[in-house]
Design a protein around this ligand. Structure first.
Ligand code: ATP
Ligand code: FE
Length: 332
């Protein structure tokens, strides 16, 4: 049988690549490779901690406690952070505060704004898409979550397929940020892309578009915003109908890397305005992963007198760990 050679187009450079060639295939796939991430964590963790302490003019003995993410996430990366922290805890004789990564994303807003409980939170990131009612520091009601792929992961995949890492204007940006950047130059009506995103994949792969990466970015960003906004609207109405949020000053917080996107923020604002809610988002650099949010979550837990461990013998990281009590069946 004659072998079919699959040659595809890089829509930015116009360069052709061979889909069967391993090097070219890897360029298209890339993304996080767990053992590589683990190695990079190992190589950098000590230096980063030292730099953070000296930049804040704090000596290790000044610390009240050590807060570290133990769930959920990539096992190999969580393991490096946990064993490094436990070593430090042993040396310094400090209490240890285990952190849930998504709780930290949700509470970041209380560092930057004055927000009381309860509030509604929309967490949109690389690995999650969820709506939850935050009733206290560690008291979450999970209203709904993504059934398949998280929006950040999807935007990263689209960016990878469009080879945006080679684009002169966005080579250093994350996939989602590159999509936001290019979308400003694109026409969201040019391609009729609707969820599920199979059609976006087809548009890219069939080579109909050549230099239309910006139009695809605009269309994909738009449908992402529409989908998120519809679900959020439903959650606001659910909470208001059941008096789970204050009738007068209900707050919707959006956080996680994708919440740095201003197109999505504007779309959310339309819904919060229509439902007499206030939309609050941390500044973009605190929406994506950062150490400040983990430290802040530690402070919140310390103040609330919860989750502080002196006996660390049995502490384990948990790659999978849902946030809060799941009541999503009631929301449907
Ligand atoms: P999780 O928090 O779910 O475990 P994560 O920690 O990998 O996943 P974050 O660091 O919160 O995710 O967010 C990273 C994601 O945010 C990436 O997928 C990235 O493409 C996306 N992102 C960053 N900036 C933007 C932006 N301006 N617009 C859209 N997406 C963005
Ligand atoms: Fe995150």
């Amino acid at each position: 049988m004659k072998e079919r050679k699959e040659v595809k187009m890089n829509f930015e450079s116009g360069e052709l690549f061979d889909a069967a060639n391993r090097d070219d295939r890897d360029k298209r796939k890339s993304g996080i490779i767990p053992p590589v991430a683990q190695q990079l964590h190992r190589e950098n963790i000590q230096r980063i901690v030292q730099e953070a302490l000296s930049a804040s003019s704090i000596s290790p003995s000044d610390l009240s406690a050590i807060a570290t993410t133990i769930k959920p996430g990539l096992a190999l990366s969580l393991g490096v952070g946990l064993s490094f922290s436990l070593q430090l805890v042993g040396q310094l004789k400090k209490p240890f505060i285990p952190i849930h990564h998504m709780e930290a994303h949700a509470l970041t807003i209380r560092l930057t704004n004055k927000v009381e409980f309860p509030f509604l939170v929309l967490l949109i990131s690389g690995g999650h898409c969820l709506l939850a009612l935050v009733q206290g520091v560690s008291d979450f009601l999970l209203l709904g979550k993504s059934l398949d792929i998280a929006p950040g992961d999807m935007l990263d995949k689209v960016a990878r397929r469009l080879f945006l890492v080679k684009h002169p204007e966005c080579s250093t940006m994350s996939g989602g940020k590159a999509i936001e950047h290019l979308a400003k130059q694109g026409n969201r009506f040019h391609f009729d892309i609707t969820p599920p995103l199979q059609r976006a994949k087809n548009c890219i792969e069939q080579g109909q578009i050549l230099s239309s990466a910006a139009d695809i970015a605009a269309a994909v960003q738009h449908i992402t915003a529409c989908h998120i906004v519809k679900r959020t609207h439903r959650a606001i109405l659910f909470c208001k109908q059941r008096d789970l949020l204050p009738q007068n000053n209900a707050v919707l917080v959006a956080s996680g890397g994708v919440a740095s996107n201003f197109y999505i923020r504007r779309a959310l604002e339309i819904v919060t305005n229509a439902t007499q809610c206030t939309l609050l988002c941390p500044p973009p650099r605190l929406c994506t992963d950062n150490g400040i949010m983990i430290a802040w979550n530690g402070i919140e837990r310390l103040r609330a007198g919860m989750g502080i461990l002196h006996d660390i013998e049995d502490i384990r990281y948990e790659p999978k760990c849902p946030l809060g009590v799941d009541i999503s069946k009631e929301v449907e």
